[in-house]
Design a protein around this ligand. Structure first.
Ligand code: HEC
Ligand code: HEC
Length: 292
């Protein structure tokens, strides 16, 4: 057959003519053709090797006999066996022993982070840094004590909860209950403020800060200590540093002394297993004293 070539593109024409316009013969590009062939071959090979087609209640299994469900199940069984092994050690060893074992501690850190997110972050924040009304657990400024056993105990019995061995935290409402008048509240608050802000004391207010100290000595030192560094047995925090639960502005301190504070920390001994409490105590402890 005579093949006509298009003078402009140099391509052959198909011989079809519409109103004098001739159709060029443009085949599918080679690259696309090869791609189609390869993907078809791949699909055929896959149908033969792997589970592919549903057939009634079953499916074509493929000659390689792979099954992702069994492999996932196997992974789960392996992971559970691993978990059972380390859980047993966490249950049987004491807190110091676990803390000294870097391998267990890396499990404690990841599991503890998850447990903390689920149970504690709502109040203490996901990074455990606390917030207004909720103490920072990452610093070394502890209300009740920061050794492993004390942290675990605080978690078990809670604070201001109805627990037989519960911890009670009662900052009296000196102003509202009329124990002190407004002047005395203000004097005491000014004195507290001056402890963390030495520059606050000037020649002009020195005398009033000193009378604030007197109010403090006769009303507050019994719980917060004469040096105002706090007493752990009554959960009275250190007032001489710059870390505050309820804010360290003068206004906020006045508010605390006027209205009192009774923070609530839930009990966990019935909500979490003994092993989870250990993991969380170790986790919280590790936040304030990171491993070297
Ligand atoms: C409902 C809010 C809330 C939740 C949830 C909560 N806490 Fe607390 N937590 C508090 C408050 C409030 C305090 C301060 C109590 C006080 O005034 O003595 C506290 C205190 C603590 C302390 C003592 C800090 C110190 O300085 O001695 C530890 C440790 C602690 N929480 C750990 C946890 C852990 C671990 C969890 C999760 C299992 C958790 N908390 C969940 C509110 C909460
Ligand atoms: C019966 C013991 C007790 C006495 C007395 C007492 N406090 Fe407290 N105070 C506490 C406790 C417990 C807390 C912690 C409350 C909490 O965590 O919810 C606290 C908390 C505070 C805080 C808040 C600290 C922070 O980090 O935000 C201030 C400020 C304070 N007291 C000042 C005083 C002053 C001033 C007096 C005396 C006029 C006084 N307290 C007397 C027990 C006491």
């Amino acid at each position: 057959m005579d093949v006509e070539r298009d003078p402009v593109s140099g391509r052959e024409t198909t011989g079809h003519v519409w109103n004098g316009i001739k159709e060029l013969d443009t085949p599918v590009p080679k690259g696309v053709l090869i791609f189609l062939i390869v993907t078809h071959l791949f699909a055929f090979a896959w149908w033969i090797l792997m589970p592919t087609w549903p057939v009634g209640h079953t499916y074509t299994k493929g000659i390689l006999n792979t099954d992702q469900r069994t492999s996932v199940e196997k992974h789960l069984v392996d992971a559970q066996a691993g978990r059972a092994a380390w859980m047993k050690r966490i249950e049987s060893e004491n807190l110091e022993q676990i803390a000294a074992d870097p391998q267990l501690m890396s499990i404690v850190r990841s599991t503890g982070h998850r447990l903390f997110g689920d149970n504690c972050a709502a109040c203490h924040g996901i990074n455990a840094k606390g917030g207004y009304g909720y103490p920072d657990l990452t610093d070394d400024d502890w209300i009740w004590g920061g050794d492993l056993e004390t942290i675990a105990q605080t978690m078990r019995v809670g604070v201001n909860e109805q627990h037989p061995q519960g911890r009670n935290s009662q900052m009296p409402s000196f102003g509202r209950d009329g124990i002190l008048d407004a002047d005395q509240v203000s004097l005491a608050a000014n004195y507290i403020y001056s402890l963390s802000h030495p520059k606050f004391v000037t020649a002009a207010n020195r005398a009033s800060v000193l009378s604030g100290r007197e109010v403090f000595m006769s009303n507050c030192a019994i719980c917060h200590g004469e040096d105002a560094r706090g007493k752990r047995d009554v959960g009275a925090p250190n007032l001489s540093d710059t870390r505050w639960i309820y804010g360290g502005d003068l206004d906020q301190i006045v508010e605390t002394v006027h209205g009192g504070r009774q923070g609530h920390m839930p009990t966990w001994d019935e909500r979490l297993s003994a092993a989870d409490i250990k993991i969380l105590a170790l986790y919280v402890h590790s936040l304030s004293s990171p491993a070297p």
